[in-house]
Design a protein around this ligand. Structure first.
Ligand code: FAD
Length: 410
């Protein structure tokens, strides 16, 4: 009989990489299947790299509870693994009376996560901000991380614990045989597992359909960015947020963990599940205008690159987390705009679901030790983690580490 894994995880974005990391640490024998040649190639390769505090997530949502759980452990985990982060904080700025009223609603909603600051405090903290602000909130716990190195290190660590990671492996059909074992058929053969986790992101609904459990629909939502060189780093001291709406956090002026100032993301519904290539002139102009009216000095610097991402949004605001206990199938869908911020919280929830809902005990003993790994960027668009080479797929990491004036379209 083929080797039977405790858990087969479909999709190597930030959600799948976090599952393989946490479940392997708990002792589960894991297999991660990714259709692309490299991990972190779809939604997770075009985000802002921000750890949000959940100030605008719906109360009582799975999203908020996972963000809060993740917040308790993510920075210590990054430190243990030797990964970069910057607890830069965020400043939410109102520019008229109406927005100022909304600012108070956000503050009320965010409770201890945010506090109002005076206009003189605002301009002391952010001297390059445009004149005319009417109010501001300070959200101290917002942070930025490396959005590529983090999930890659999670998957790499899982491999050192015995997990198998198979890229260029597209799941084509899923069948459950009579003793309840899943047979996952791919272009690279058949893999067997007791429980399957669908973390296929933008294809989450398509993969659910392969198992006959489809109950949701992905409605892709694009986001686009302009990136400046690190010489702009002193123009902002925190992420400058607009007032969020029910649908979006809005366009942010922020600094990556490698000190590139970035403007974005936009928010556009799209039919395409892929990651778009290049920005239209109209979007570039809109983003330039947003940057210049927020931080006028940005107008003196050139944009060095642009990039886009696509969120795996659905018709509902909350995550679509559904354990199909009769089938040993877990759907982790619709993790649209906070997947980095919630990743370890989602994984903790999943570890609990494995025991409580699927009654699955790990094959191996737990191993919670987190050794630092030697990380070396090769200047050929890759990084060595120990002796293994990984291709950088996120423009934030690429621009930040390879110091290219114009980064390759990844
Ligand atoms: C513009 C934008 C800005 C964002 N900003 C932030 C932010 O600042 N902070 C934050 O926390 N979050 C942010 N997010 C959200 C975050 O990026 C997502 O929540 C996260 O990437 C979703 O990850 P995922 O693993 O579910 O999906 P994906 O990254 O899409 O991963 C799913 C993987 O499954 C694979 N797959 C699909 N079908 C199959 C198959 N049949 N067989 C094998 N593999 C398959 C895909 O190739 C893909 O690699 C942002 C997202 C976008 C797009």
């Amino acid at each position: 009989m083929d080797q039977v894994f405790d858990v087969v995880i479909i999709g190597g974005g930030v959600v799948g990489c976090s599952q393989v990391f946490t479940l392997s640490r708990h002792g589960y024998k894991c297999l991660l299947l990714e259709k692309e040649a490299h991990l972190v190639s779809m939604a997770s390769s075009g985000n802002s790299g921000m750890l949000h505090t959940g100030f605008d997530a719906p109360l009582d949502s799975v999203e908020l509870s996972c963000i809060l759980k993740c917040q308790q452990q993510i920075l210590p985990t990054l430190s243990s693994l030797g990964l970069p982060y910057s607890k830069i904080g965020a400043t939410m700025v109102a520019w008229n009376t109406q927005q100022k009223e909304k600012l108070h609603q956000v503050m009320h909603r965010a409770k201890e996560d945010a506090c109002e600051i005076s206009l003189s405090q605002l301009y002391q903290r952010e001297p390059h901000l445009a004149c005319g602000a009417t109010g501001a909130l300070w959200i101290p716990s917002e942070a930025v991380i490396d959005p590529w190195l983090t999930p890659i290190s999670f998957a790499h660590h899982a491999k050192t614990l015995g997990a198998k990671v198979s890229t260029s492996t597209m799941v084509q059909s899923c069948e459950q045989d009579s003793p309840g074992i899943w047979r996952i058929c791919t272009n690279r053969g058949v893999f067997c597992g007791q429980v399957v986790i669908n973390s296929a992101g933008l294809y989450g609904d398509v993969v659910d359909k392969l198992a006959g459990v489809q109950k949701f629909r992905i409605m892709p939502r694009m986001g686009q960015y302009l990136v400046y060189g690190s010489e702009t780093k002193s123009l902002i001291n925190s992420s400058i947020l607009p007032i969020p709406t029910d649908k979006t956090k809005g366009v942010i002026v922020f600094k990556s963990v490698y000190n590139n100032v970035i403007i974005g993301p936009t928010q556009e519904e799209t039919e395409q599940r892929t990651i778009p290539f290049g920005l239209s002139q109209q979007v570039v102009n809109t983003l330039l205008n947003h940057g210049h009216v927020t931080v006028p000095s940005l107008g003196s610097y050139p944009v060095i690159t642009t990039y886009s991402g696509t969120r795996p949004a659905t018709e509902t605001k909350d995550y679509h987390v559904v354990p199909h206990t009769d089938r040993n199938w877990l759907t982790l869908g619709g993790i649209r705009s906070t997947g980095l911020s919630s990743c370890l919280g989602v994984a903790d929830m999943v570890a609990k679901i494995m025991k409580d809902r699927f009654c699955l005990e790990p094959t191996n003993s737990p191993n919670m030790h987190l050794p630092k790994v030697d990380i070396f960027f090769t200047n050929q668009g890759t990084a060595m983690l120990g002796s293994q080479e990984y291709t950088v797929t996120h423009p934030i990491t690429y621009t930040g580490k390879f110091d290219k004036k114009v980064c390759a379209n990844l």
